[in-house]
Design a binder for this molecule. Structure first.
Ligand SMILES: [Zn+2]
Length: 404
């Protein structure tokens, strides 16, 4: 028996006024998923525990079957793990975004134009982070390049009683009131201000401007936390498995859970990521003997943050055709029984360009069973109207794997 989770990050949404009050899941042409849902178990799941911010870190941890109330210490330690950085007990990891800020003189007067610096390439970003490291890195503050705009800073024996804001939550807003808060946080603000001077005239940015791309004008520190301590997935759920993803955060979750995290060529975590490569990677892991796959696609979330309905619809259609369609063909060829769990981690509504903590629709398909769900399409409206509710990600994982 093979168990496959297909996670479309931020896929759930609100009805769009400009699209006849339909959601991207309703608007997308997704024949494979809509066929599966007709004979699946369906419901809504509350992935974000009460009182937690609706981040992809908390949400994916929950869906992967780990109670955030027990295992969550912050986003950045998970990314640090994925970069192979060995955090010690008292080290604090910070997410270090490369962002695009507007040109006002005063740092606090600037606007967050792009939390991803135009989805800057990893190669360009590595040069910029190198420069940052050279200029403001010390024995105490270490910088590590990651993927695209997502990088890491570790504060050795650092402090962490700070209030830091995710940059994707303040798109198009003036940053002044969202700068680091809490005693001693000025050291972080000073680094962000200094980074702007360092990056401003860097050749990488000059080149990007010439090409009409967003320059990476500043670092933005957030998502801090300490070293996590997970029970291995195989001990918790009895399966050896793999996480297929492009983003450090999810890869870090996989590593913490003791799952395999193969590198997928062409997967970037952006809206142009290679969907098919992920499906192929998942099939390769299954053929190599793994029984559990957690396949994560970032693209619908990115489109949500950008407020781009067409991109989001397109991302859902690509998940359907290139991920779900390909996996179904591959599983047929393998002649294995399988269970599929398809869901988002949280909604990222186009209209508000950020995550919400509301329950999301899921489907569980079992190749051995031919049940009728009474559901015709995988949409927020149809599945929530049905009234089935699962209280948490770990409860859903137990239901998916152990049939509880
Ligand atoms: Zn997410």
């Amino acid at each position: 028996m093979k168990y496959i989770v297909i996670l479309g990050d931020g896929m759930a949404d609100y009805p769009l006024a400009a699209y006849d009050h339909k959601t991207p899941l309703q608007l997308a042409h997704k024949p494979y998923i809509d066929q599966l849902v007709k004979s699946s178990e369906t419901g809504m799941v509350q992935t974000i525990p009460e009182g937690y911010p609706p981040g992809s870190d908390v949400a994916n941890m929950s869906v992967l079957g780990y109670e955030p109330e027990i295992f969550y210490t912050g986003r950045s330690p998970l990314e640090a793990v994925s970069l192979g950085v060995d955090l010690r007990e008292k080290d604090i990891a910070f997410r270090c975004n490369l962002v695009t800020l507007s040109l006002e003189e005063n740092y606090g007067d600037k606007t967050m134009l792009d939390y991803s610096a135009g989805e800057i390439t990893s190669a360009e970003a590595a040069l910029l982070i190198q420069e940052i490291s050279k200029e403001i890195g010390t024995e105490e503050f270490h910088f590590y390049p990651g993927i695209s705009y997502r990088h890491l800073m570790v504060w050795i024996n650092g402090a962490w009683e700070f209030d830091l804001t995710p940059p994707h939550d303040i798109s198009d807003r003036v940053i002044g009131s969202y700068l680091p808060k809490g005693a001693g946080s000025d050291v972080l603000t000073r680094m962000m201000i200094k980074s702007e001077e360092i990056l401003k005239n860097h050749p990488v940015n000059q080149k990007r401007k010439e090409l009409g791309l967003q320059p990476a004008t500043s670092i933005w520190l957030w998502g801090l936390g300490k070293k996590p301590n997970f029970t291995p997935f195989v001990n918790k759920y009895g399966l050896e498995g793999s996480v297929i993803c492009a983003v450090d955060l999810i890869k870090g979750l996989g590593i913490c859970a003791g799952l395999n995290t193969p590198h997928v060529d062409g997967a970037t975590g952006g809206v142009h990521t290679d969907f098919l490569a992920k499906a192929e990677a998942a099939l390769a892991e299954l053929k190599a003997g793994k029984d559990f796959i957690y396949l994560h696609v970032e693209a619908p979330d990115e489109a949500g943050h950008q407020g781009n309905a067409q991109e989001k619809i397109g991302a859902i259609e690509k998940i359907d055709e290139l991920v779900v369609g390909r996996l179904l063909r591959g599983l047929e060829e393998m002649k294995e029984d399988y269970r599929l769990l398809i869901l988002p981690d949280h909604p990222t509504p186009i209209s508000i360009k950020t995550h919400t903590a509301e329950p999301v629709p899921f489907l569980i398909y079992d190749s051995r069973r031919n049940v009728s769900s009474g559901i015709n399409r995988y949409t927020e409206e149809e599945i929530s109207a049905q009234g089935n509710f699962v209280k948490s990600g770990p409860a859903l994982m137990a239901k998916f794997i152990k049939g509880e």
